[in-house]
Design a protein around this ligand. Sequence first.
Ligand code: GCU
Length: 579
Amino acid sequence: QTNLIINSDGRMTTSLNGSWQIIIDPYESGYYNFRYQPRSDGYFKNYRPASKSELVEYAFDDSQTLRVPGDWNSQNEMLFYYEGTIWYKKSFDYDLKENRRLFVYFGAANYHAIVYLNGKKLGEHIGGFTPFCFEITNLIKAQDNFLILKVDNRRHREGVPTSNTDWWNYGGITRRVNLIETPSTYICDYKIQIENNSTPQIKGWILLDGANKEQTVRLSIKEASVSQEITTNSDGYGAFSISAAMLELWSPEKPFLNKVEIKAETDRIEDRIGFRTITTQGDQILLNGKPVFLRGISVHEEPLGREGRAYSVEDAIKIFDQVKELGCNFVRLAHYPHNEFMLQQADRMGIMVWAEIPVYWTILWENQNTYDNAQTQLWEMITRDKNRASVIIWSVANETPRGDARMKFLTRLITKAREMDDSRLISAATEITHKDGYNVIDDPLIEHMDVIGVNEYHGWYGGKPADTPNIKWKSVYNKPLIMTEFGGGAKYGHHGSKEERWTEEYQEYLYQQQLKMLSQIPYLRGMSPWILKDFRSPRRLLPEIQDFWNRKGLLSENGERKKAFFVMQNFYQSMSLKD
Ligand code: GCU
């Protein structure tokens, strides 16, 4: 895998989205021979019989197709439950001129992808929610290139996530595929941020990749009257720190995005970047130096009104319109990095983001490969989104059982996150303990975090909504608390008494009672109730009510508002009036 190219939208790209030919291969016969050894003549060769008498037991040419981007589960009901390998093939021509380079870029593929071009293996990627790319400059032909992927969405105990999750295991090339053409030495990566201190100072670095690494680069931010020359060294790296007194800051009220131009001698790129500071002071969260309350909601990466994985700009706009309608200034993009359009939309609409890698529940903490996998996904998430003003929190875990191996694993990840980006807050969603009638926030991991994330379900997984307001909380830390999950299930349109499970009235009452309890916690600085919309889960089986849907949404899977939606909307509206 080469460097991970960022900001593909700012580059010369050719989309490979659309209809790809596929072969469903449950026994991986396109990869292993009958002795279960890797084949040299696998499906990635796209071999066609030389004569009518030759035996070949596969063909892409007249096979069925799948749309890319898009999970396979929701495109073909035969694949709704499918966990295994599907081969994808796309043919294309490309005229690459002298002194130009070409990369193939994948927004994501779940879970394990092996990529081949013209029969040659480019590489592999593990992890279903982060981008990856490979250079194909020396392999591309003017005509009839064939790009083939083996995508295997089987779950693994040693995986990240592990084999048990509360979300659907959507497989496939789930996000966009682009060819990216660049000059022979190009602007590969950059970080442009504002210092988290008083005087507005823009700092960061630029990285060139190619033969001609030492260049004079000009960074221009017109609206901030910044125009600065940067010289890159023999590694192609150039750092800068520029005073920017005129800088207009990014905030939920005014999500101002600067047009940023990076002009090297051999390449030029534009990006839209917001500048804001995010810090904590005692148990307060400060945005641009002022205390802020995060009025949030949790979101899985599913579209409104359609089955499957969300992947498009339209999906992102529909989701964020509902987030805005709810009265939010914050969103928890659970439990994995979402597609880039979600982050771009959050930047544009002024919604702060909790971003998370899928280190979820019972990860194999002692397995080195598992750690390397988690760290790679963290690196890919931060590399991709480090210039997005909306992202204020990197989360390294969700509801992970306490223990020494888990502490070692997660503190190593936190150290890595801080090394990569010391400008954002670090957190994780943790569990509480119950002592002497208190809900106690005492996970030792919190020592290493800037803000506390806690998931609690009083009134749903234990306790009665009637008793919720009497619950008392205690925190052993003087840090801001975000209640990263609370809530309960209801089937839209199912009505009855507020004591009856699965009615909208039960969920509505639970939310009213939860908010009474939460309002009593003085160091509570944010919340992201679970969850915006009902979502698919293999663990939710109650016939007529769940049928493989987790029903904790404030919206049904079709975007219909349950009564609890209005409880949260009123709460946030009354709160923002106080701001
Ligand atoms: C857990 C978990 C979620 C899950 C939710 C639930 O807290 O973090 O991923 O969906 O509870 O049980 O519905």
